[in-house]
Design a protein around this ligand. Structure first.
Ligand code: NAD
Length: 278
């Protein structure tokens, strides 16, 4: 189903009227998730960096064009005060929060011996600390509001955008791989701590989806060929592949999923280099 078909059948997804914050939603996977959740009838806060205001406004327009509600919010997810302001302003506007998609992320790789502390910290700050700060605000709001069984079986849902690199080591991208490994245990520990409150926390681990973050992996034919050799299913992913998994995890259809990572990667995490070896 594409976004328009989802918008025409929004009641089938069971998230209509719920409030969602999607971080890093002006581009790539976050944009696709925000649009699909908006088409499903969620009211969406489209988080973005100040430099991406125009793109974020377009995402909101796209949601509004199918009758949805959205507003853009500039905030750096690694900044405690900006994150707190974003969540309190979102709750002031929409009344509460039901869904958080922790999507914002960056890469800044280097040979390990050349990696600066600033590079290490920046990636950990955005990819891991950003998820800590946003999840903490979301959980505070879920606990404050309490259950709303007429809206959702879960009191709140958090979906973390992880990566196949939460399990696949990644030379020259040590800060990124470490951040995503951290996301996995952040997600699982939160799931364990808050399950008694009916708060579900899961992750999606994409393989290779062409977006800004991985431009260099497609710069030459050779690079594209190398990338495809890592994907048994024989194609790179599309943002919609990821957004559909997020939509499902946000809905009651996945109500018994908690503390789990869905790998959406065309089989990349099956270590295809071992096919026929050994
Ligand atoms: P992208 O660069 O298009 O999206 C990342 C978004 O995060 C951008 O909109 C960027 O402006 C935003 N962002 C960066 N720093 C921010 C900050 N401090 N505060 C708020 N927003 C910030 O790339 P993408 O591929 O869509 O990446 C989205 C997520 O998916 C990331 O967490 C990435 O690690 C993950 N991921 C992507 C792939 C892939 O193949 N594209 C694979 C695995 C995981």
């Amino acid at each position: 189903m594409n976004a328009k078909q989802i918008a025409a059948n929004k009641d089938a997804f069971g998230i209509a009227g719920q409030v969602a914050v999607v971080t890093g939603a002006s581009s790539g996977l976050g944009r696709a998730c925000a649009i699909l959740l908006g088409c499903g009838g969620a009211k969406v806060v489209v988080n973005h960096l100040p430099t991406s205001a125009e793109a974020a406004a377009k995402v909101c327009e796209e949601i509004e064009s199918v009758g949805g509600e959205a507003f853009p919010y500039a905030a750096d997810v690694s900044d405690e005060d900006q994150v707190a302001a974003m969540f309190s302003d979102s709750v002031a506007r929409f009344g509460t929060l039901h869904i958080l998609v922790n999507n914002a992320g960056i890469q800044d790789g280097a040979r390990f011996q050349d990696m600066t502390l600033a590079q290490w910290r920046k990636v950990i700050d955005v990819n891991l600390t950003g998820m800590f700060l946003c999840s903490r605000e979301a959980i505070r709001e879920f606990l404050r509001r309490g259950p709303q069984p007429e809206v959702s079986r879960a009191t709140g849902k958090i979906i973390c955008m992880s990566s196949v690199h939460q399990v696949i080591p990644w030379a020259f991208e040590v800060n990124y791989a470490a951040s995503k490994g951290g996301v996995n245990l952040l997600m699982q520990s939160l799931a364990q701590e808050f399950a008694p409150h009916k708060i579900r926390v899961n992750a999606v681990a994409p393989g290779a989806i062409p977006t800004r973050i991985n431009r260099s992996a497609r710069e030459t034919e050779e690079a594209t060929g190398n990338l495809l050799s890592l994907i048994p299913y024989g194609r790179v992913g599309e943002p919609a592949d990821i957004a559909h998994a997020v939509l499902w995890l946000a809905s009651d259809r996945s109500d018994y999923m908690n503390g789990t990572t869905m790998f959406v990667d065309g089989g990349m995490s099956t270590f295809p280099a071992f096919r026929g070896a050994g």
